[in-house]
Design a protein around this ligand. Sequence first.
Ligand SMILES: CC(C)c1cccc2c(O)c(C(=O)O)cnc12
Length: 460
Amino acid sequence: SLTSKEPIDIFTHAQPLSFFLTKVHGISSDYNGAYTMSLRDILSESMGNLQESCQFNYMFEIPWLIQQYPTSFRQKPLLCVHGFQGGQKAGLEADARKFTNIKFCQAKLEMPYGTHHTKMMFLMYDNGLRVVIHTANLIERDWHQKTQGIWISPVFPKLKSGPSPTQGDSPTHFKRDLLQYVAAYKAYQLKDWQDHISRHDLSSANVFIVGSVPGRHMAEKKHWFGHMKLRKLLNENGPVKEQASKWPVIGQFSSIGSLGASKENWLSVEFLQSLATVKGTSSVPLAPVEFKLIFPTVDNVRTSLEGYPAGGSIPYSINVAKKQPWLHSYFHQWKSEGRGRNRAMPHIKTYCRPSPTWGEAAWFLVTSSNLSKAAWGALEKKGSQLMIRSYEIGVLFIPKYLVENAVFKCSSKVKEAGQKTFVLPYDLPPRAYTKSDKPWIWDIAHKELPDSNGNMWCPS
Ligand SMILES: CC(C)c1cccc2c(O)c(C(=O)O)cnc12
């Protein structure tokens, strides 16, 4: 089997879907083989002879990050793209002082409460360019005992014909959309990487990009980002209504924003309308679609490998939760028996449209976007503009671009997965909260029961 193979063999075995979870310390090696990668695996020499790299992220531990590169690559030029300002920015630059190969790009954040959540790598090898889009901060804790998602591109070869924004694009417009996303930073430090991308042939990319960029996007730009981009992609490439209009939608995430006093404010109308979009415009209002949300319970966190400290990365605050009790009736537990990750708390964020029998899916999205208007955008001015606060990015898997079927065969049972199965991060059907289950909230005390390390949770 694959447990002892080189990262490139794990990568090859996972084609064409190329969707991975991070390796987890403390679970059986059965679940750290096929379809799993560590950061060292991704950066390993077996994946390519690195010349320079670019890391987009929210949190960075610079010395730890450098340690994840092979020794031979630790002096290569590295650009870190972040959204930090003031003291946090100064701290980041101080941590990198002794690494003369590291440069920084501060993403502009002009919308209040916006953050730079995007987690993406550009890896330039001597034989081409690889893109990685994922959900983990570049800090040790995020790669140790959590469930995180990763999409890894093939190595895109150099175009013989020189730079082009259109040459070397894929049927999924991956090159156009990636260049559009990077251009939105309007950052001079990214110019060389924009040039690298334009000089490569990305025609083998088989996923769609769903990104978010802060701003008030109107007219044609309204469909370039956020949930309106997803709505457009599903309108053009989603399942036909005859097949999937009665299929449920699943949202799975590790944080939640303020969504309003009732579901109609945003969740069940604007947001669900995008997630439930089927091919072709539907003037006729479709039958209501079931929306199931997967978010860890207090007990999921308490009994996790990390114990209550896992909740330090699940920042759902009491001040937000108490305003939206209506939301918690949508909630389901974190369950990942099939991936051996019941106790590896989710930091991954995914959205999908499974069949009512749970064995198929019409599409799957892995992204940095949590359940928040800041990430996905909120329509304003009678729906004429989409207001987004944060930078986010994810990839949308559509069956007809990946397998010879109109739907994915899907399962979390990695031991039984066939080559064309979409291996899910969590078990289906989702398991509803019990009467006594409570959603994890990070800024209240939890001291009824000790966690897996015998500790209580007493935030001050
Ligand atoms: C509330 C903020 C500061 C926060 C707390 C804990 C974990 C966070 C996290 O993991 C991300 C991210 O992954 O982008 C972003 N903000 C996170």
